[in-house]
Write a protein that binds this ligand. Sequence first.
Ligand SMILES: [Zn+2]
Length: 186
Amino acid sequence: MLTANDQTATLTVATTAERSAAYFCPGCQAPVILKRGLKVIAHFAHRAKTNCQLFAEGETDAHLTGKWQLAAYCEPTQVELEPYLPVIEQRPDLLLTTSMRRIAIEYQCSPITIAQLDARNRGYRQLAIEPCWILGDTYRLKLTKLGQMDKFLRYSDKYGWHLLFWCTTTGELEIWAEIRSIFGDS
Ligand SMILES: [Zn+2]
């Protein structure tokens, strides 16, 4: 996770957190450790194995890196990192707020079932938040079967049916546009 609560329950970002202070998971309130260094992407991690529902451990470097990069990419739109939405008990990776709409960005690096995806999307729509799934390298490099990607297809007049990817090595958004039938036989 990129953010954690300090002792006064103030949400603090890992890049600017104090090393000597105590921090707690915004999901389960358990103590978390600040990890930050030359070779470590700034983040917080649970101290011990956890049943935390909101922040399952095992966030990969790619996931953490992608979240930081996407947050920077989305500025100057108002970006909130991992905000907790209590009504639906969900925590998107990023929440963008413009004068017109709110968009929940999920940077997806790991497998997810259609049922889980639908449940998350339903939650966001309940709050009139538009879900936006951006896929990580495991999807982009087709390490995941193509058939596993069709559930993320989006439609717009500009791009037709398309998929969004975020590449952490280049720090760029990639759009696979005008997708027609490539998923049909996979
Ligand atoms: Zn937790």
